[in-house]
Design a protein around this ligand. Sequence first.
Ligand code: SF4
Length: 55
Amino acid sequence: MAFPHNNQCIHCNVTSCKHWDDDDRCKLDSIKVAYRQGCNSGDCEESMCASYHTK
Ligand code: SF4
């Protein structure tokens, strides 16, 4: 279910990303989370932010 025009807040501490903002937040309205190929650990490392762009 999509929530357009809401007040979603994406917390992130990836300071090397150009979308990162102060207070550990992402400036984007939405992000895409992608599966990391070849990783079957069952842990959070299986997913990654596909909206990342280096500064
Ligand atoms: S795009 Fe992804 S990695 Fe970059 S600040 Fe937003 S949530 Fe973090």
